[in-house]
Design a protein around this ligand. Structure first.
Ligand code: CDP
Length: 213
């Protein structure tokens, strides 16, 4: 069974995907980390993220990098959204994600293009969203917990800029797959959002099973 979870920054997609992975006992891949690893490599080697060839050269990163906490910083996130717009960067990371999705026993992947590009035949697809203001408040609180002081306005501007870049790019833009269930987490607690996500997956699986009979 393949479950695809997509959505914008701080929508709650990562938390939901991890909870679904626990619930269904499936391996989980946070695909954003792959783009973040490319971004971190670009930064470390002082390459130019706007240049496709530079960004492609950074796709050969060492997997040990995926465990580096630095990848989760806003600095790296911003550059990730720049390098991820290059078609050749996406192509270089494609097979790895498809292999993960198609492993025997199934998998859960979260990102921006899982339901549309990586696993269009997924058994269940969720598109997780929340208003930009609420997502900015969540990201702001998270930064504070990590001792980083940034103004809420700044965080909101960053979120809007990233949404804009991710949605407008020509290659695999951030868009809900037509058959994805929309989960708005704006006014839901984590527990309520996870519960709703499980219900939505169950509904999709039941529909699929009914269609197969
Ligand atoms: O959750 P958050 O947006 O903070 O970060 P992320 O999911 O780790 O993604 C970082 C960046 O990688 C995003 O802004 C996207 O530009 C890019 N990305 C992508 O293009 N495709 C994916 N499947 C996952 C991430």
């Amino acid at each position: 069974m393949i479950i695809a979870v997509d959505g914008p920054a701080a929508s709650g997609k990562g938390t939901i995907a991890r909870a679904l992975a626990r619930h269904y006992q499936l391996p989980h891949l946070d695909t954003g980390l792959l783009y973040r690893a490319v971004a971190a490599t670009v930064l470390r080697e002082e390459l130019n993220p706007e240049k496709e060839a530079d960004a492609v050269a950074a796709t050969g990163f060492d997997d040990l990098l995926l465990a580096d906490e630095w990848l989760r910083s806003d600095e790296v996130g911003k550059v990730a959204s720049v390098v991820s717009a290059h078609p050749l960067v996406r192509a270089a990371l494609l097979q790895r994600q498809k292999r993960f999705a198609q492993q025997p026993g199934g998998a859960i992947l979260d990102g921006r293009d899982i339901g549309t590009v990586i696993a269009p035949d997924a058994d269940a697809k969720l598109f997780v969203k929340a208003t930009p203001t609420i997502r900015a408040q969540r990201r702001h609180a998270e930064l504070r917990r990590n001792g980083i002081m940034a103004s809420l306005d700044r965080v909101l501007a960053d979120i809007r800029a990233r949404d804009d870049r991710d949605s407008r790019r020509a290659e695999a833009p951030l868009v809900a797959a037509p058959d994805a269930a929309l989960l708005d987490t704006s006014f839901l607690s984590i527990e309520a959002a996870v519960e709703k996500a499980i219900q939505m997956v169950e509904t999709q699986l039941a529909k699929k099973a009914a269609g197969a009979n």
